[in-house]
Design a protein around this ligand. Structure first.
Ligand code: SF4
Ligand code: SF4
Length: 202
């Protein structure tokens, strides 16, 4: 969940139209128009501050909203069995917190995807994830989208970082190689499978 209390506002007198803000916005909420000035979408801006902190001429300010806005997805709106299956396919326990900045759980990302979110930016707009540090949670998002069969296109701007291989992506020739025994790949897999399959609220 993201509680939005501020939004980005651009000072057109200062903006140079460099497009840096476009490249770092996790929700594709800021655009440079034909007038070569940036403008933030009030409906989708989460007030994450990425653009504000990276604008080279400090043209962006985060302005307090008169009323806070809450971004969250009700994961029970998606079929429960499909939510659980998607999380497990991506090697997450459905209750695992996958974004510590916003407290978003794997089941919420899975539900957002099952309800139609097809890109990391759409997942962010639906759940509020990736609006804090906007870095750590990109891997879970990409893993869940890929597990759902989404073919990821080119990331917008400077977003995303590619999928990091997990233990399960290692070839068996590596996992079972005695020379790598000290890495405990198989033991880690078994332990993680128990965590993934642990029953909770989902
Ligand atoms: S980063 Fe700053 S100067 Fe560049 S387009 Fe955005 S608001 Fe304008
Ligand atoms: S980077 Fe964050 S603060 Fe800036 S427009 Fe996008 S959502 Fe709003």
């Amino acid at each position: 969940m993201r509680i939005v209390t501020t939004q980005a506002v651009v000072d057109p007198a200062v903006c140079t139209g460099c497009r840096t803000c476009e490249k770092v916005c996790p929700t594709e909420s800021i655009r440079v128009g034909d007038n070569k000035k940036a403008f933030a979408n009030r409906e989708t801006c989460t007030g994450c501050g990425n653009c504000e902190s990276r604008c080279p001429v400090m043209a962006i300010k985060l302005v307090a909203l008169s009323e806070r806005r809450v971004i969250e997805v009700d994961w029970t709106k998606a079929p429960r069995d499909k939510v659980v299956a998607l999380c497990r396919k991506a090697r997450f326990n459905p209750e695992a917190v996958v974004c510590f900045c916003t407290g978003t759980r794997a089941r919420e990302v899975a539900a957002a995807i099952l309800l139609g979110a097809n890109t990391p930016e759409e997942v962010s707009r639906a759940t509020g994830i990736r609006t804090g540090c906007s870095v750590e949670c990109i891997q879970p998002i990409l893993r869940l989208l890929t597990a759902a069969g989404v073919t990821l296109g080119k990331a917008p701007g400077w977003q995303w970082y590619g999928l990091t291989p997990t233990n399960w992506d290692l070839p068996e020739s590596v996992v079972k190689n005695p020379a790598y025994r000290k890495f405990y790949f198989e033991a880690d897999r078994k332990l993680m499978e128990r965590v993934i399959d642990a029953k909770g609220g989902a």
